[in-house]
Design a protein around this ligand. Structure first.
Ligand code: DAH
Length: 341
């Protein structure tokens, strides 16, 4: 029995000291010291011993149990230490590494210009309106007095959603005039910026999507003089005091009379240069007095009320302001371009 215990001592202490994991260590504890373990197995043979031999053998067995337990504890400790060390190593953080700076973007240059325009109009008591880009032909054309045969309604010019041509991507922000007149109390002063769509090939001055800003005023006694005075004021705030303007007669179906507003080239003072393409003048917007038919169509009595409206291209304005020569730069979002503003 003594030899058996000696053998168990050698085998167990050796195995425990090399247990590779916590799990194998626990298996060993069960195997050597458990109720059905090897030590218990040996002790079962105590009955065969004489009464004199028993106490010494019992003591030996207790000592062996204590030693194996101690060896297991020691191994457990060294395993957990190694485990911790491994974990620490895996999670090492080198605080001396250079950091990664958060990159903060900024507003797109075109929206800088839009914000400037909005500020000017809000300062004059205008309300900013947002409206649908998917629009009824009724609002984009019919109610704006654009008849069925008008070239802008052609399928080669406009993105239609339905075969019947009733739903489309708005080709202008002018339908916002109708929305405003149908939903707003009089008097009306609104500014409606937004995206518009046309079937144009992309080049330096064209894009199938671009932005317009629509303006509308409806009140009693509104005249062309209000239109001119207000737009002159706006132009001076954008291009500087003393900027010379000219109002040229034009035709739009939804205004009567209609005009286009040019500014004298701020680059050459009207002599002609590359900025104004030798013209001396730069076209800024279309405008006019709201057509009586359009007012009446929205339930507004044209004998009592009158109004003026304008529409301008936002990209063209931003390109002028920032000396951008190619429209595509505005939409490509190349950071080398955007970072300049
Ligand atoms: N909607 C016109 C266009 O896209 C621009 C325009 C002209 C708007 C005259 C107006 C206006 O409100 O009165 O060409």
């Amino acid at each position: 029995m003594k030899e058996l215990m000696q053998k168990l001592r050698e085998a167990s202490l050796q195995a425990v000291s090399q247990a590779p994991t916590m799990e194998t260590l626990e298996d060993m504890r069960v195997r050597y010291l458990g109720k059905k373990g090897e030590l218990t197995g040996i002790l079962r043979q105590m009955g065969k011993l004489s009464a004199e031999e028993r106490p010494a053998m019992g003591q030996l067995a207790n000592q062996l149990r204590a030693d194996i337990e101690a060896a297991i504890d020691a191994r457990r400790e060294s395993l957990s230490k190694a485990l911790l060390e491994m974990k620490l190593q895996q999670e090492t953080l080198d605080v001396t590494l250079p950091g990664e700076a958060d990159r903060l973007g900024h507003k797109h240059p075109m929206y800088n210009v839009l914000d400037q325009i909005k500020d000017i109009f809000v300062g004059m008591g205008f309300e900013i309106l947002d409206g649908p880009e998917v629009e009824k032909a009724e609002y984009n054309f019919d109610k704006l007095n654009i008849d069925a045969g008008h070239p802008s309604r052609d399928w080669t010019d406009t993105f239609y959603f339905t075969e019947d041509g009733k739903i489309l991507l708005r080709t202008q922000t002018s339908p916002m005039q109708i929305h405003a007149m149908e939903t707003r109390e009089l008097p009306i002063r609104v500014l409606a910026p937004g995206r518009v769509y046309r079937k144009d090939e992309v080049d330096a001055t064209h894009s199938p999507m671009f932005h317009q800003i629509e303006g509308l005023v409806v009140d009693k006694g509104v005249t062309m003089a209000d239109l001119k005075a207000t737009l002159n004021l706006v132009v001076e705030q954008i291009y500087g005091k003393g900027t010379v303007t000219r109002f040229r007669p034009h035709h739009f179906p939804f205004t009567e009379p209609s005009c286009e507003l040019d500014i004298q080239c701020h680059k050459c003072g009207g002599k002609g240069c590359p900025t104004c393409k030798g013209e001396g003048w730069i076209e800024v917007l279309g405008a006019g007095m709201v057509h009586p038919k359009v007012l009446a169509g929205c339930g507004i009595d044209p004998d009592v009320y009158s109004g003026w409206a304008f529409g301008m291209g936002l990209e063209r304005l931003a390109m002028g302001e920032y000396k951008i020569t190619d429209l595509r730069l505005i939409f490509e979002n190349d950071e080398r371009f955007l970072q300049q503003f």
